[in-house]
Design a protein around this ligand. Structure first.
Ligand SMILES: [Zn+2]
Length: 140
């Protein structure tokens, strides 16, 4: 079975692959910088409600806000460098650059999770490796 931390990592990786890196940056500002949901929402084009919802989901997964903060501190700098695999077509649709399918933006994360699981797995593996390396360097 996978750990909660891996579930959160997968969640963040899929967000970036789906071109929603603003969500990852918002979570980073909320948890690490300590900005309020309204400030973060304004900065990244989200609603306050969305920011709270995303944050709550991660806190529930990790068991506490402190654990969520620690994971994000190490995960965000690595995850944010991943290149999206989708191209925005207009406000409502995106094109998956892996298979060429054009999909509504609401279901793109599901599409990536189901159709491109191998890509997600690969990024999971490399992200965990990089986080391990960064922690090792820090504790030297
Ligand atoms: Zn695809």
């Amino acid at each position: 079975m996978r750990s909660s931390a891996e579930d959160v990592l997968e969640y963040l990786i899929i967000k970036v692959l789906a071109g929603k890196d603003n969500v990852v940056n918002a979570l980073s500002d909320y948890f690490i910088v300590g900005e309020s949901p309204s400030v973060v929402a304004l900065k990244y084009g989200l609603s306050k409600h969305q920011v709270r919802g995303y944050a709550q989901r991660i806190i529930e997964k990790m068991g506490s806000a402190t654990k969520a903060r620690v994971l994000l501190k190490y995960a965000v700098p690595v995850v944010i460098k991943i290149k999206p695999i989708v191209k925005k077509l207009n406000g409502a649709f995106v094109k998956c650059m892996v298979c060429g399918e054009e999909l509504p933006i609401q279901i793109i994360e599901d599409h990536i999770r189901k159709k491109h699981a191998a890509i997600v797995e690969e990024y999971m593996y490399s992200t965990i490796e990089l986080i391990r390396r960064n922690i090792a360097v820090e504790s030297r």
